[in-house]
Every structure is written in structure tokens, then in C-alpha cells.
Design a protein around this ligand. Sequence first.
Ligand code: TTP
Length: 192
Amino acid sequence: MNKLILASASPRRKEILENFQVPFDIIPANVEESIHEGEEAKQIAMALAFEKALNVLQYCEADDIVIAADTVVYKNEIFGKPLNYEDAYRMLNLLQNDIHVVISGIAVMQKSTDIKIVDFESTKVKLKKLEHERIQKYIESGEVWDKAGSYAIQGKGSLLVDWIKGDYFNVVGLPISKLDDILRKYFKIELM
Ligand SMILES: Cc1cn([C@H]2C[C@H](O)[C@@H](COP(=O)(O)OP(=O)(O)OP(=O)(O)O)O2)c(=O)[nH]c1=O
């Protein structure tokens, strides 16, 4: 089987892929994650996932299959990772008591076949109403910093969530079911 390479420094993406019986290596991508004004969330997530995979492809063997993802949160505007305490507070205050979408772009590519697939998955999340003190307490828990939208559904952020509609793993950062579709269709690889 061709070797899978996860182009990611995210421990969550690694953990999700580790649930399956396929061996893979990790090579973190080195790209500038800039968001351009006016672009749609799904376009940004797909463009960044594509750039990450392309960046890592140069370090791979011709038959290796490179997988990259990028996750953004969207509600009227695009929320990436918080820059500081105020930014995290602003995001959580805007997201609380309402529905937003979490969009992950996913890119899968291989040099030898020149296959380059890019797609996205979207999951709706409703956050509970959060009082000022609760937002403060959550930020102080320390888990918000490297998370798009300033929360982690897999951590203490689970307590902030009212409901979700769609793929949970997409919120955590890797749309695993969509990835399986791509691997089966284009590379004849089964995660099952
Ligand atoms: C909304 C949400 C996001 N996140 C994370 C997933 C992503 O790791 C992160 C968004 O940042 P990304 O830029 O998508 O990824 P990353 O920089 O962590 O890793 P890499 O580019 O090396 O692959 O937010 C959670 O872990 N839980 C959540 O509930």
C-alpha cells in the first residue's frame, strides 16, 4: 500500500487518524495561514488545506499520499485561532447562544499520479447561552489558544455545546468520513 502522510502538526488530526488500521507518517506543513477578506469560508478552508498538502508533497516519495486539512468557524465572519484573551472573548461572545458552522477543507494528493483532490465538510454547532463569568472561566482553562473559534468540542468546550448536526470529527479538525470517501474513490484505500 502507498504510504499515507498526514501534513499536520495538530495532535487532534493525528489522534483521529490513529483510530484506523492504516499506518501513516507525519510531516507538518509550513504555510502562512493568511485569510483574505471577501473570500468564503469554504474557499479559505479548501485553499489552506490545498497549500498545506502541496507544501508537504515536495518532501515525499512519488507514491506517497499526502493528506492535509484546515478548519475554520463561520458565523457572519470567519473565526480562526484567537490572537489573545480579548480576541477569544470576542469570538465566544459572538458565537454563544446561537448556531454557527465549522468548515474543514481537506486536500489529498499524490505526485506520481498527479491526483490533487480538494473538498470540504461542514458541521452545524449550537452553543449554549454563556454568561460573562463562564466565558472568562473557559478561556482561563487554557484550551482555547490553538482552536479555531476559541473552543474545543473534544475538551471542556463540550460543556458549552447545546447540539451539533453533522460529522463531529469535522469539528475536531479532520472530516474522517469525507477522507475515507476520497481515499476509496481515488486511491482504492479503505480506512475500515
Ligand atoms: C472548533 C474546533 C477546532 N479545533 C481545532 C482543529 C484545528 O487543529 C484548529 C484549527 O487550526 P488549523 O489551522 O485548521 O490546524 P492546525 O494549525 O492546528 O494544524 P495543521 O495546520 O498543522 O494541520 O482548531 C478543535 O480542536 N476543536 C474544535 O472544537
